[in-house]
Design a protein around this ligand. Structure first.
Ligand code: TRP
Length: 469
């Protein structure tokens, strides 16, 4: 393999925007509200916040450290330190494919809604829910949008790190933030909004089960782009003078605040309109247009801007997923960027089509008891990411030299990381145990037992063949 200068981020702001761009996405605005809605609201949110701010942040520091230390993306990073661990990186690449099996479908919905805002979606508020149902279950329209969305991903990632990914994030992330705050203000000022705030912030722990913890942990990892080497890959493009723990803190805080603001944007309005919090995956696509529906032509414009911002937030996340696969093919297989992007993108076209069709035409087709979309979603969110995060913690705690970690996290002793010992103990003992307990509790109580066994089986098989990978 020829030795080329590794690509790197153009600036500190660019990196933060890219990492935050990866983290902030459909996970915050589409997924977080409906997970909170269907898991009882506030109690779920509190558990989620604790997981994000203790486990998530620590794992992110770990991913940045390993990525920058080795200057390699997930698979190469593990492999270069210990060959028995190559599988943990491979699991990450597999997770990237799985998440990209459903994410572009929702990205396509978001892009479609930009145009639907103008073409009469808002003119009949009572029909907004039915319109959504009819749209996602049809065979052609959502597939076309999904493909358009994927093509944009492919174009951005083929342009490389600083040119494509970084530029897009810098402009559109701040726009999204501003718009969400606007919607949140509008939402709380609706009559009857108080019930939504109660639902969000008055904890009711009677709703909590083993499922709640696993759902909250999965959501924390998903939302922060952790547990599959994504932040490791981004860290590998990071300059040696950056303060890793600080960057992890900023990214985590940005990400959790966007999720919370999305909650405040959605739930007060939802209760004000007398809708059900547990209505699932259609939540944002139904509630947000309703908020804008009674605002006339101004509403149309706001709705369009919202879905533009949502599409962009999704894009800056999905490009990071595609980048994990591409970086692997470049680092480990010596491929050119463009060839890697087209190959990985081609596979994602196929899985995306199947996943989109599983909402309607193929809804009768089940893999281990669930449709194709759910298969990809549940496997990553409920198993692969959490176990991936746990593996990283064990790897860091037990297989990487403590001095190396300290050296990397303090930039060779030039910056302070006062919490190093606490972080290290968390990685070594607390996180592996905590994830194990949550995973076991959750997996026992889950309905899709076959799927869980399959997921764990995949991980075990990868681990057994680690040296061959
Ligand atoms: N975090 C993104 C979101 O919330 C999705 C995402 C991007 C992701 N990269 C990831 C999830 C890596 C898990 C792992 O939408």
């Amino acid at each position: 393999m020829e030795k080329k200068q590794r690509e790197s981020w153009g600036s500190r702001f660019g990196f933060i925007m890219a990492a935050a761009g990866s983290a902030v996405g459909l996970g915050n605005i589409w997924r977080f509200p409906y997970m909170a809605g269907s898991n009882g609201g506030s109690a779920f949110i509190i558990i989620y916040l604790v997981f994000a701010l203790v486990i998530g942040i620590s794992v992110m520091v770990g991913e940045f450290a390993i990525g920058r230390r080795t200057q390699l993306a997930a698979v190469g990073a593990y492999k270069s330190i210990n060959k028995n661990w190559t599988f943990a990186g491979v699991l990450g690449v597999l997770s990237a494919f799985f998440i990209m099996g459903f994410y572009p479908v929702v990205g396509g919905w978001a892009s479609a809604y930009i145009f639907k805002s103008f073409t009469g979606l808002l003119s009949n508020p009572a029909a907004i829910g039915d319109v959504f149902g009819a749209f996602i279950t049809s065979s052609i329209e959502p597939v076309v949008w999904m493909l358009a969305y994927l093509v944009v991903n492919i174009i951005i990632v083929s342009k490389g790190i600083a040119g494509g990914i970084e530029k897009a994030g810098k402009i559109l992330m701040p726009t999204l933030f501003a718009l969400l705050i606007l919607i949140a203000i509008r939402s709380i000022s609706l009559p009857g909004a108080g019930a939504g705030l109660d639902f969000l912030f008055k904890p009711d722990f009677s709703q909590v089960t083993g499922q709640t913890f696993l759902a909250a942990l999965g959501q924390a990892f998903f939302s922060l782009s952790l547990g599959m080497g994504c932040m490791m890959t981004y860290g590998s493009y990071l300059n040696k003078s950056e303060n890793l723990p600080n960057n992890a803190l900023i990214v985590t805080l940005l990400d959790t605040s966007v999720a919370l603001i999305a909650g405040v944007a959605i739930f007060p309005a939802l209760f004000a309109f007398g809708m059900e919090p547990a209505q699932g995956a259609g939540l944002v696509f139904v509630v947000v247009p309703q908020i804008f529906a009674e605002m006339g032509s101004l509403g149309v414009v706001f709705s369009a801007i919202f879905f533009i911002a949502l599409t962009v937030a999704a894009l800056t996340s999905s490009v990071s997923l595609l980048e994990v696969v591409v970086a692997y093919l470049m680092d480990q297989r010596g491929w050119e960027r463009v060839k890697a992007v087209y190959t990985a993108g081609g596979i994602m076209v196929v899985t995306g089509i199947l996943s989109s069709l599983s909402m309607g035409t193929l809804s009768g087709f089940k893999l281990l008891g669930v449709g194709i979309f759910d298969f990809f979603d549940i496997l990553t969110d409920k198993i692969f990411l959490a176990i991936g995060g746990m593996l990283l913690a064990i790897f860091i705690g037990w297989f990487v030299k403590r001095e190396d970690l300290e050296d990397e996290l303090t930039n060779g002793g030039t910056v302070k990381f006062g919490l190093f010992n606490i972080w290290y103990a968390l990685m070594k003992f607390v996180i592996p145990l905590a994830v194990l307990v949550v995973a076991v509790m959750g997996i026992i109580s889950i309905e899709q037992t076959g799927l869980m066994i399959f997921g764990l089986g995949v991980i075990v098989v990868l681990a057994l063949f680690s040296k061959k990978l």
